[in-house]
Design a protein around this ligand. Structure first.
Ligand SMILES: [Fe+2]
Ligand SMILES: [Fe+2]
Length: 287
């Protein structure tokens, strides 16, 4: 009932400014708390972002003309702007990684493009459902990061800014693809079936890419490093382990990304990074 009232009444667009960030990185090999395996998981994610986020943008832009709600139309424009900025900054970050001896180009060209090119053969509706699923993953990862200062503190400070900014914007626009999916008639069964498939491919791909990076890096190998990587991701206080309840929530009929209200978290995180706490800054012009 509440959902019906919310959908029927006009609403203001959620704040999701396209920000300009100034990023420069200090040379650090294992930039996540000196932990080589977790650093390579994050490097693998960064390798996947540029092509992955282009896929997200295309799948949402495909439905752009069918959206009649002015608030959602504006959010789609901002979503496209934010993801374009993320793509640009992760291309730069990946180039910086390569300059520092961590080449990820071969992974982008093999694993990431291999999967996404297959994804692009799916019907547009299923492609949008893939984006909804991956946006759910990125927003869960992002909110865990913002909620747990002890995780964020492990990042080398200059690199922390990239990931904290990206995390804030993933949380801000977490419902855009989902709302487009629902507003254009997306069905529950497709949404959850696609999520089940995406989960398998996402975990396998990230694990494969992480292992590839570790294989090329003798300093990251060995049981001790493997164990400490597992502990940070899947241990009792593990980052990925804490995602499980939020992940399962996606399978609930009637789920909506803003059922998990992250407004207070966002206010704190924006202020910590020197952004406007309410997300009201002027939009940077698209580059
Ligand atoms: Fe992004
Ligand atoms: Fe996103």
């Amino acid at each position: 009932m509440e959902r019906m009232i919310r959908a029927a009444s006009p609403r203001a667009p959620r704040p999701m400014p396209v920000r300009r960030v100034d990023l420069a990185y200090a040379a650090t090999r294992y930039w996540f708390g000196g932990n080589p395996q977790v650093t390579h998981v994050m490097n693998a994610l960064s390798a996947a972002f540029p092509e992955g986020e282009k896929f997200f943008m295309d799948s949402v832009a495909h439905y752009r003309k069918r959206i009649t709600d002015p608030a959602l139309r504006q959010e789609v424009a901002r979503f496209l702007g934010q993801e374009a900025a993320h793509t640009r900054e992760h291309v730069a970050f990946n180039a910086w990684l390569a300059d520092n001896g961590v080449e990820t180009k071969h992974l982008e060209e093999s694993v990431v493009l291999f999967l996404l090119n297959r994804g692009r053969t799916l019907p547009p509706r299923a492609q949008l459902a893939v984006t909804c699923a991956l946006e759910h993953f990125t927003s869960l990862l992002a909110e865990q990061l913002l909620e747990h200062p002890e995780l964020l503190e492990k990042f080398e400070p200059s690199i922390r800014k990239l990931w904290a900014w990206h995390a804030i914007e993933e949380s801000e626009h977490k419902a855009v693809a989902f709302d487009v999916y629902e507003a254009t008639g997306g069905k529950y069964a497709t949404r959850v079936a696609v999520m089940a498939g995406v989960t398998v491919f996402f975990l396998l791909a990230i694990n494969h890419m992480k292992n590839d990076l570790v294989r090329r890096d003798p300093g990251a190998q060995g049981f001790r490093h493997w164990l400490s990587g597992i502990d940070v991701m899947w241990g009792r206080e593990g980052w990925f382990r804490r995602l499980i309840p939020g992940y399962l929530d996606y399978f609930r009929p009637g789920f909506h990304p803003w059922d998990r209200d992250s407004s207070a978290l966002l206010r704190r995180a924006r202020a910590a990074l020197g952004f406007d706490p309410e997300g009201r800054e002027a939009h940077a012009r698209a580059a």
